[in-house]
Design a protein around this ligand. Sequence first.
Ligand code: AR6
Length: 200
Amino acid sequence: INLCIFVCLAYGDGFFLEVYFDEIYNEKNMDRIKIFKGDITKIEVDAIVNAANTSLLGGGGVDGAIHRAGGIKILEGCKKIIAEQGGCEVGEAVVTTAGQLPAKFVIHTVGPIWYGGNDDEKVKLKNCYTNSLLRAKEFNCKSIAFPNISTGIYCFPKDLAAKISVETIKNHLKEDTEIEVILVCYDDENYQILKKEMEN
Ligand code: AR6
């Protein structure tokens, strides 16, 4: 029976349809973007991204969770960067060790606070994703996990943030042919929005 199904699939229209869809899917690099619902501190990837603030000294939300789970080494790394360059600008990204986390590096980026859309928030959020991906490449990372930057305490609209994140990552994957990206959603609302965005 198995052989029969294989022959039917291999020579039937279904096979070609499948290959055709696969090619479109791969062309858009969507096979290297995944969404995951859960806690980013638990994920085993080369780099996880932190939604930090310009001081780099830690805070609430995912920032607090990463520093708590990763331990003092991450804060020490941040302090070294503060001494060198005084913190991190909105849209920029800097790299530290991941301390006790399963990841190798934490890429700290600073998302924009949502002021209603009149403060270049969209461009700033796009820069967060682009610069984090560039840092990942510099550090030879083959996998990276992002939280939904700015969509918590910084109040960026979740649907708009999802569009910007997927679009920016998709574009980057055209240049970077190796890296795999996981979009980690902690809350169900972001997860449902991103699932829809990915299906589109
Ligand atoms: N794993 C993955 N995602 C998480 C986790 C987690 N453990 N915890 C929260 N999120 P936020 P922001 C999600 O507020 O809006 C900090 O105080 C959360 O559901 O962490 O960029 C910083 O120091 C949301 O979708 O970051 C800054 O001051 C997303 O992470 C400020 O908050 C981002 O929410 C940054 O605000």
